[in-house]
Write a protein that binds this ligand. Structure first.
Ligand code: C5P
Length: 245
């Protein structure tokens, strides 16, 4: 199935990894009119706060708040409620918090939306960070087995708790969909258009390769933000996705 320009743009989450609102605003201005998803991570959120997120929502953007909550269930319930009230479209928690914490996040969402007219955000979990290596998993974190097996276990836990999907490496999408079903969402960083800098990512894929794996949303930062023309970089990613059959 071929994607329209709008569908392709909506599957690209531009990572606004900036230190303050002014820097992020410059990119938003540059990308104006392109209906991409916007990802606000901890660097920008800790600096620019809820008002910046609300201003993105007022301008009609879909916003993924990548704050990776991981705390006791009661605290995550409160945090989930607060970000839901900001009107974000998606936010995430760590699967390592366990099922009580994952369920508490959903409870916080439900409490916040009840009677508010707000829409339920998509709630996803981080399985293992894409920076987690096999040695780190086994020797530092103390989990035996392969990274992929550990990722699948967390994805299954996430699905059982009732969440909508997970953040994962594009190379894990196929196995996650096989274990959790095709409607279970996958959000994948580690995307690099052909010929672009790899930076600190490993196990990268091009946008069209990630699409072929079945990824639902691709998080792309530096290939867009550090490009000489971020607008042209995003447009050519969208073109790559729309020309993929
Ligand atoms: O610049 P780049 O395309 O590598 O940006 C990837 C984005 O995805 C960053 O905002 C990073 O925090 C985020 N991310 C990641 N790996 C994860 C989870 C999130 O790279 N496992």
């Amino acid at each position: 199935m071929k994607l329209t320009m709008e569908q392709a743009a909506g599957r690209v989450m531009v990572a606004l990894d900036y230190p303050d609102a002014a820097a992020a605003e410059r990119l938003i201005t540059e990308l104006q009119g392109i209906p991409c998803y916007i990802k606000v991570g901890m660097q920008l959120f800790y600096a620019a706060g809820p008002s910046f997120v609300q201003s993105l929502k007022e301008r009609g953007y879909h916003v993924f708040l990548d704050v990776k909550m991981h705390d006791i269930p009661n605290t995550v319930k409160g945090g989930a409620g607060s970000v839901t009230k900001l009107g974000v479209d998606m936010f995430n928690v760590h699967a390592a918090g366990g099922s009580a914490m994952l369920e508490a996040a959903l409870e916080g969402v439900d409490i916040a939306i009840t009677g508010s007219g707000l829409r339920k955000p998509t709630v996803i979990a981080v399985t293992h960070l894409t920076s987690t290596s096999q040695t780190m998993l086994n020797e530092q974190i103390g989990i035996s087995g392969t990274v992929e097996a550990a990722v699948i276990r967390y994805a299954e836990l996430t699905k059982k708790a009732g969440l909508d999907g997970v953040v994962a490496s594009p190379s894990e999408v196929e196995a996650i969909k096989a274990a959790c079903g095709t409607s279970f969402k996958t959000i994948t960083p580690g995307i690099r258009p052909a010929g672009s800098e790899v930076n600190d990512q490993s196990r990268i894929m091009t946008p069209s390769e990630a699409l072929r794996q079945g990824t639902d949303y691709m998080v792309i930062g530096r290939p867009i933000t550090a490009a000489p023309s971020p607008r042209s970089a995003l447009e050519s990613i969208i073109e790559e996705l729309t020309s993929y059959e």
